[in-house]
Design a protein around this ligand. Structure first.
Ligand SMILES: [Zn+2]
Length: 156
């Protein structure tokens, strides 16, 4: 099993964000390099999209997340400028287990269904039940199997 290393303050920050955003899904990025990591929370605009157009967005933010595209672009531009990597994309599952759903897979492969947008980036899912963090799981792309595998999260 591959390992995903997350700094303890970073992990605690995303857990706190996931609990704060309950009962809605939280989302964001962990950016950095081999030396340092930083959290970049992103606004989940799923509730807004759902209320604007419920037929196009049948789910609300309790069972889906949609990252604010402007914030997302700003972060991608920032890491490019600073020479950092997109280490992880994280989101929460309120009152659901920490698994990688079909929707998660589709979102991770938004340009090409056979290939993730960021093949080296870990996908971290946090399960929050009744408002309290329960478990986190990470998933990484396996280029040979052409599928996502669960990876071990090492918080250090
Ligand atoms: Zn999910």
């Amino acid at each position: 099993m591959r390992a995903v290393f997350i700094g303890r303050p970073i992990f605690e920050t995303i857990v706190a964000q996931a609990e704060r955003d309950f009962p809605f899904e939280t989302c964001g990025f962990i950016v950095g390099d081999a030396v340092a990591q930083e959290v970049r929370p992103v606004t989940n605009i799923q509730n807004r999209k759902h209320s604007e157009d419920p037929s196009a967005f049948p789910r609300d933010g309790r069972t889906a997340f949609l990252m604010d595209p402007h914030e997302q672009l700003a972060i991608l531009t920032e890491i490019d400028r600073r020479g950092l990597s997109l280490l992880a994309v994280y989101h929460s599952h309120p009152d659901h287990d920490a698994y990688f759903s079909e929707t998660d897979r589709r979102q991770a492969c938004s340009f090409d269904p056979a290939q993730p947008d960021y093949p080296e980036t870990a996908h971290v899912v946090l399960s929050v039940k009744a408002g309290r963090f329960e478990r986190a799981a990470a998933f990484m792309w396996d280029a040979e199997k052409r599928d996502f595998n669960e990876a071990e999260i090492v918080v250090k």
